[in-house]
Design a protein around this ligand. Sequence first.
Ligand code: NAD
Ligand code: UDP
Length: 334
Amino acid sequence: MNILLTGGMGYIGSHVAIVLLEAGHHVVLYDNLCNSDAGVLARIAKITGKEPIFMEADVRATSTLTETLKNHAIEAVIHFAGLKAVGESTQKPLAYYANNVEGTISLLESMSEVGIRTLVFSGSATVYGEPQYLPLDEAHPTSATNPYGRTKLYIEEMLRDISLSDPSWRIVSLRYFNPAGAHESGLIGEKPTGAPNNLMPYMAQVATGELKELSVFGNDYPTPDGTGVRDYIHVMDLAEGHAAALSWLAGHFGWHAINLGTGEGYSVLDMIAAFAKASGRDIPYRIAPRRKGDVAACYADPGKALRELGWQARRRLHVMCEDVWRFQRRLPRP
Ligand code: NAD
Ligand code: UDP
């Protein structure tokens, strides 16, 4: 199949590209490099023995996108391109609406014009808002607490509307829980620009000594050890979930939401212990106040993905930590 990945040079897209190339698909990465670098291409080629086609452009450049879809006879799109930092979205909400919502409108226009009707979207468990029950299944009510989350919610509504307006669409919103980990080669992984916001990349930089200590945001939550609980999913499991979703869409019309998570929750202290073990390094930490907007616990009911896609996460927490550590050690030090 000829598949276009918007935002395909980024953290999750690059891992999905590997899985698709290894499965024999033709892959076009369409990315403006606002949060990635062109070096990813050579690393994907080293891992898979195949170089994907790369188009440097913005998803909002609708005519360029339309030409790219035509020129490469694209049959399906996976839409990763977007901005994703929750904190930044509260400072620059319009940049988030412009990039994420306008970007998706542009993509849907291009796909409509060319007649491509198969789309996998990078959704997020953030659309569940404050959990009313756990584990979170796809029927849980949706809401948003920040502009980033609202873009994800609005995009899902748009996707639902477009699938109702034309029943030939086949769309899946994959609602990711907490993607973490790296490819086992250590060649690609998550490389945040500036100080990391997320737990895993922050811990990795504490382990190397680049950052002094980790702040644990709150130890008075109603969880077993008082720290926040999340469902961390290995990025390669997540990547395989995208391949499974694409195959499944061949037999399904309409818009569908499917969780990609493991169903297991780990606390911040569990994560620190696991990373210290995998790296053989100390992870100094101190307890800090709760971070605004954080929920106590969030983990998936992954049953629908298993029932519908035949997919479930296979890689355990220690593998995730070992893979992040391998990637972190290979990064050039400043
Ligand atoms: P990332 O920033 O590493 O990748 C996104 C890629 O999109 C980058 O390469 C960036 O250069 C590109 N991009 C951004 N805006 C673009 C535009 N207008 N035109 C073309 N390219 C553009 O992020 P990621 O972690 O790989 O996330 C991918 C998707 O998954 C995002 O939509 C994100 O919201 C979603 N998601 C991520 C997480 C997570 O924790 N990483 C969780 C839930 C959902
Ligand atoms: N966290 C933390 N210190 C950090 C970063 C995160 O204690 O420096 C906690 C955060 O409060 C949450 C968990 O780690 O309980 C996962 O946070 P992350 O930002 O990685 O993902 P989120 O679930 O918030 O999207």
